[in-house]
Design a protein around this ligand. Structure first.
Ligand code: AMP
Length: 122
């Protein structure tokens, strides 16, 4: 069960109520710089549709939305100043255990330094 909060901050960005530093925009997808970057390159890719998490989007988005989102994420990777062969990390947090802060599905694309282990070893 995915209950979407239309007042979440990314919904407000999509409605133009809050500014963002856009990297790329398409009919179904928006990519913009994270306001608190955790690496030299930190971009968020979000669908324009009202999806809460990765599994919500993957299960319920149309084929057009799914394709547009992933093609846009790929274009963002190509556009960013990622040193050749040095790679990046694409991650998405979901829910309480994933420590998701903004309940609108988003993919983080991080690059520009060695990013450490995937999760804290606690
Ligand atoms: P998550 O913890 O996966 O939900 O990540 C939410 C991300 O959204 C964090 O990295 C925040 O820095 C970022 N964020 C929150 N508000 C804004 C905003 N207004 N513009 C850009 N990024 C934001």
């Amino acid at each position: 069960m995915h209950i979407y909060d239309p007042q979440n901050i990314f919904a407000r960005i999509l409605r133009g109520e809050i500014p963002n530093k856009t990297v790329l925009e398409t009919p179904h997808t928006l990519a913009f710089h994270d306001i608190h970057p955790q690496a030299p390159i930190h971009v968020l890719v979000i669908p324009k549709g009202a999806y809460v998490t990765f599994d919500h989007f993957a299960a319920e988005a149309s084929a057009e939305e799914l394709t547009d989102f992933h093609r846009t994420a790929a274009k963002v990777c190509a556009m960013l100043d990622i040193a050749p062969g040095q790679g990046y990390r694409a991650i998405t947090n979901a829910g309480a255990h994933g420590m998701q802060e903004v309940p609108h599905y988003h993919m983080h694309i991080l690059a520009g330094r060695t990013l450490g282990h995937m999760i804290a070893r606690s």
